[in-house]
Write a protein that binds this ligand. Structure first.
Ligand code: NDP
Length: 284
């Protein structure tokens, strides 16, 4: 059996304790940390994320406003509405739900967003900071959540062999940069990786972020490895599951995160952390 099951709720609770105190300090100075979700249309997955974010942010004392824009909004009006949110001094942080509907181009708002309000790393300025190891940038919430989780459970990265399965700009690549900053030795795998199983077996820490249900099987994980599962999938039984074949991998792992209840539950706590940092910085 794994030594430790890494639970997102435990990480979120520890983060909450600290964040609540920081929000109280801000409020004592007359600052109400406020975040704006910009949502185009009403996709069920966006609404689900929004509900989770509202619960987490409001539970910490952060005000959440939602700018809901019609699904068929044109590019010009979309940019105008985004610009209004961006320029509003009462808004400390912004998160745009992506992907946008196909007729909209995200790039102009990626360039437009104030990097200091960019809570989920849309801006090229924040991307560059993450890739150059400058910790003043806001990293994407999901990979930073993985870092929070490993840190919470005391898992050292210095000198460790890490294999990350997935090379997206949302998870895999930025996570590799965050781990590199902590002196891990990283291998990033993808669909053209020649020996995925061997590369995973060689790792002391495996992070699965591919979006393929159960693809990390027990034979791909070495005895005592740390396994963090970022994947969110719907399994053959219709239930939510990760990328790791949890039942069979768990007995081999030293630390493992389940799905649901693992990495995904930390993402909105990182979002809250970013809003608190942004509100503090914007008010000196
Ligand atoms: P993408 O689809 O953008 O990227 C998936 C990556 O995994 C790609 O680099 C792809 O390789 C690689 N990959 C896919 N299948 C395989 C395979 N069989 N073998 C090796 N590599 C493979 O997904 P995201 O990065 O956006 O998300 C990854 C997972 O994380 C998803 O399940 C998603 O739902 C979840 N997620 C969870 C979040 C949260 O917890 N809050 C937030 C964001 C994502 P290639 O580049 O070659 O195509």
């Amino acid at each position: 059996m794994a030594k430790v099951i890494m639970k997102g709720a435990e990480v979120a609770a520890a983060m909450k304790e600290k964040l609540v105190r920081e929000v109280e300090d801000l409020k004592a100075r007359g600052i109400e940390p406020t975040m704006d979700i910009v949502r185009v249309g009403a996709k069920p997955e966006d609404l689900a994320y929004e509900r989770g974010a509202r619960k987490r942010l409001e539970g910490i004392g952060i005000r959440l406003v939602v700018t809901e824009l019609p699904e068929d909004i044109d590019q010009k009006h979309f940019e105008e509405e985004f610009s209004k949110v961006n320029d509003d001094p009462k808004i400390n942080g912004i998160m745009l739900f992506r992907p946008l509907p196909k007729h909209l181009d995200e790039e102009p708002v990626d360039r437009m967003i104030d990097p200091g309000k960019d809570m989920d790393c849309m801006s090229p300025v924040n991307i560059a900071k993450v890739f150059s190891g400058d910790e003043t940038g806001f990293a994407p919430c999901t990979p930073e959540g993985v870092m929070e989780m490993l840190n919470h459970y005391g898992i050292q990265l210095k000198g460790k062999r890490v294999t990350i399965v997935g090379r997206s700009m949302v998870v895999g690549k930025p996570l590799a940069m965050l781990m590199l900053k902590k002196h891990a030795t990283i291998t990033i795998c993808h669909t053209r990786t020649a020996d995925l199983a061997g590369t995973c077996r060689n790792a002391e820490i495996v992070v699965a972020a591919a979006g393929k249900a159960g693809m990390i099987t027990a034979d791909m994980v070495s005895e005592g490895a740390v396994v963090a599962d970022v994947g969110i999938n719907v399994g053959a039984d219709g239930k939510m599951c990760g990328d790791v074949d949890y039942e069979n991998v768990e007995p081999k792992a030293s630390y493992i995160s389940p799905v649901p209840g693992g990495c995904g539950s930390v993402t909105s706590s990182v979002l809250a952390k970013h809003v608190v940092i942004a509100a503090g910085r914007q008010n000196g």
